[in-house]
Ligand binder design. Structure first.
Ligand code: UDP
Length: 310
């Protein structure tokens, strides 16, 4: 296949490029590098089946030649990033998704949207099933990401129904691992980087809020399985193992052998109180299950931050 990956220089996008190149596909990566980095792609610099284009996907997208699939992964994804780039986040979810869909339509290509557990907001249904419509504050600070992704799902389904485009929607739950930025701002990288430096671990709120953490290799395997499936309705991909943030802090301290202290900071506005995917659809439709334990994943992430300088 010849695959276009928007956001292909990011944490998840670059891992997806690796997996596609690894199985023999040709990849055209498009990224404006606001949160991504070319360092994530240096392993492909001599690869004839890989091409990089520096472009903001909110501007018109044209790609020469045949394209079999468009994977739309461009967007800030960390709450601290989208708080810093609210307009860009809204634009890449709306205009960027429209352009990526337009490219897929012009090429009669498959389209896969990277959506998010944030479409469920601060959920009132637990665990979250795909049929749940969510509980999102449209005007709060997280609304720029949540509503952009909800719009991107709506326009993807409109292209599917109106234009007959072959579409996929993956709802990605908290994913972590090597290639997260040190300053990404999300909880696993923040905790691991602080633990390794012996600096305080910043717990927001009282740390009783929960998340379910999926190691990046498992996430990428799930996304590829969805791409290769026939499933057009949204599918949750994430770990069903739920932890409080305090439990995560203890696990990171144990896994890194750190003696960092916990420092408690105010809970961000609209921070979801709980989050855990119901993964029955991924299990039944894709035969997918996560395999990497949180302890092992945190150890692998810590090993990455120990050896990486950026
Ligand atoms: N969090 C924290 N300390 C940090 C970063 C995040 O306690 O340094 C908390 C945050 O308030 C949230 C959870 O960890 O409850 C997950 O936050 P993250 O930014 O990773 O992603 P989210 O799931 O909120 O999108």
């Amino acid at each position: 296949m010849r695959v276009v990956v928007t956001g292909g220089a990011g944490f998840l996008g670059s891992r997806l490029c690796d997996a596609l190149i690894g199985r023999g596909d040709e990849v055209v990566c498009i990224d404006n590098l606001v949160t991504g980095s070319l360092l994530n792609l240096s392993q492909h610099s001599d690869q004839p089946r890989f091409a990089f284009r520096h472009q903001d996907v909110t501007t018109f997208l044209a790609v020469d030649g045949a394209v079999d699939a468009v994977l739309h992964f461009a967007s800030p994804a960390s709450p601290s990033d989208y708080a810093k780039m609210p307009i860009q986040t809204l634009k890449v979810g709306s205009l960027g998704t429209h352009n990526a869909l337009g490219l897929a339509k012009a090429k009669a290509a498959k389209f896969l949207l990277a959506s998010t557990s944030e479409v469920y907001g601060d959920p009132l249904v637990h665990p979250q099933v795909e049929q749940y419509w969510g509980n999102v504050n449209p005007i709060g600070p997280r609304g720029v990401y949540d509503e952009a992704k909800r719009f991107s799902e709506a326009i993807t389904m409109a292209y599917h129904r109106y234009h007959g485009l072959d579409t996929r929607i993956v709802r990605i739950f908290n994913t972590y691992g090597p290639r997260m930025r040190r300053d990404d701002g999300r909880v696993v990288s923040n905790f691991v980087v602080a633990a390794l430096a012996g600096e305080p671990i910043t717990v927001f709120g009282d740390g009783t809020q929960t998340r379910s953490f999926c190691f990046v290799d498992d996430q990428v395997r799930g996304i590829i399985a969805l791409l290769d499936s026939q499933e057009c309705d949204p599918v949750n991909i994430g770990s069903p193992e739920e932890h409080t943030i305090k439990e995560l802090a203890a696990l990171v301290l144990a896994a890194t052998g750190s003696v960092s202290l916990l420092s408690y900071l105010p809970l961000p506005v609209d921070d979801p109180k709980c989050r855990r995917p119901d993964i029955s659809r991924a299990q039944e439709l894709l035969g997918w299950n996560p395999t990497v334990s949180l302890r092992e994943g945190v150890e692998r992430t810590a090993a990455y931050f120990r050896r990486s300088e950026y």
